[in-house]
Unconditional design. Structure first.
Length: 188
C-alpha cells in the first residue's frame, strides 16, 4: 500500500515538474525565496495593525515567531527521522525530472509548506473577523509550496503533509493565542 502510494507520488511529481519550462525557471526561483515575499508580509502586518493596534500586533508577532520555530523544528525532526531523499537527490528519478534547484537535505515533509500554511492559518483566524476575503492569503501558501515541486525539491506528498501539519499547528497556536490573549493581554 505504502509502495503504491509512493509510486503514485513520484508519477505525480514527474507530471507536475514536467509542466515547467526554462522560460519560467527564474520566476519560480524568485517565488521560492522567502525574502522576496517581504512586501506581502509587510502588507499583512499593516492589515493587522489597522485592525488590532500596535500592542496586539506585537503579541501576534510573538506567536508567529513561536509558531514558525515550532513547525521548523518538528519538520526537521521528521526529515531526519524519515530521511527521504529529495527528488533532485534521488538517483532513481533525478535524471527524469527537471532539477532547477538542488538541495542535499531530506524531503519529508516540506518545511516551506508547513511554515507557510501554519502562518497563514494563524493569521487567517485573526484576519477573517475583520476582512471578508481573508481566505485569499492561502494563495501565497499554495504558490509558495508549488514552487518546491516545480524546482524538483519536493514530492507532492511532502507538500500535502506539510500543509496538514501547518494547518493543525496554525489552528493549535491560534487557540493558545486566544486563551493567552484573554488572560494576559486582553483587547481594550
Amino acid at each position: 500500500m505504502i509502495d503504491k502510494l509512493l509510486a503514485l507520488d513520484t508519477q505525480l511529481l514527474i507530471f507536475l515538474n514536467g509542466l515547467g519550462s526554462e522560460n519560467y525557471d527564474g520566476f519560480w526561483l524568485f517565488i521560492t525565496k522567502q525574502t522576496h515575499w517581504t512586501p506581502l508580509f509587510l502588507f499583512f502586518l499593516y492589515l493587522l495593525y489597522k485592525k488590532i493596534g500596535t500592542k496586539q500586533l506585537l503579541y501576534v508577532l510573538l506567536f508567529v515567531t513561536l509558531l514558525i520555530t515550532w513547525t521548523d523544528q518538528i519538520t526537521n525532526l521528521f526529515k531526519y527521522s524519515f530521511e527521504r531523499l529529495r527528488p533532485c537527490s534521488n538517483p532513481e528519478i533525478n535524471t527524469t525530472i527537471r532539477v532547477v534547484k538542488s538541495s542535499q537535505s531530506f524531503s519529508f515533509f516540506s518545511g516551506h509548506a508547513a511554515n507557510s500554511m501554519a502562518t497563514m492559518m494563524f493569521l487567517f483566524q485573526i484576519l477573517r473577523k475583520h476582512y471578508q476575503h481573508a481566505y485569499l492569503i492561502f494563495l501565497w501558501s499554495f504558490i509558495f509550496a508549488y514552487s518546491r515541486i516545480y524546482l524538483g525539491l519536493h514530492y507532492p506528498i511532502d507538500i500535502l503533509c506539510g500543509f496538514l501539519f501547518g494547518l493543525l499547528s496554525g489552528c493549535g497556536f491560534y487557540k493558545v493565542y486566544v486563551i493567552a490573549q484573554s488572560k494576559y493581554f486582553p483587547i481594550k
